[in-house]
Design a protein around this ligand. Sequence first.
Ligand code: FE2
Ligand code: FE2
Length: 170
Amino acid sequence: MLNKKVEDICNRQVEREGYSSNLYIAMASWAEVNGYSGVAAWLYSQADEEKIHMLKFIKYINERGGKALMPALKKPPSEFKNVEEVFKEVLKHEEFVTASINEIVALTLEEKDFNTHNFLQWFVMEQVEEEASARAIIDKMRLVGKNNMYEFDRDILSLRRPATNAPAVP
Ligand SMILES: [Fe+2]
Ligand SMILES: [Fe+2]
């Protein structure tokens, strides 16, 4: 059985993964209407992964005798200066999510909840990948040069790592 503190912080993560998904859809939509179809496709796929992360938390909370709550999600921004700004925001957001996962890990140690601690290990590794992939894209953009966004947009999907071998959502 999940203790209340762990249940609450896992529910906070449901909200954060759900917001991540919506944020990336908002960015994808911006990219799509601005002609960056590759960037949009990358972001839509990323949004799908975030939804899976949210579902993992929901299923885990319920499986352990808690009650997952679907929260209202705040409205993500809808305007961005340019593609570079979008990916800087992606990186910043992923760093925030990493810190958030680490807080949950710390709480599970405090509360001696080793089951949840174990459940979180996949997310710890996933965040390493998430940050690395955002950094790789920002580096690539620097290499290609801001004046060659056509090539960048055409090639961005080849930078997409295959979805991590996620434990199936039960
Ligand atoms: Fe996530
Ligand atoms: Fe993420």
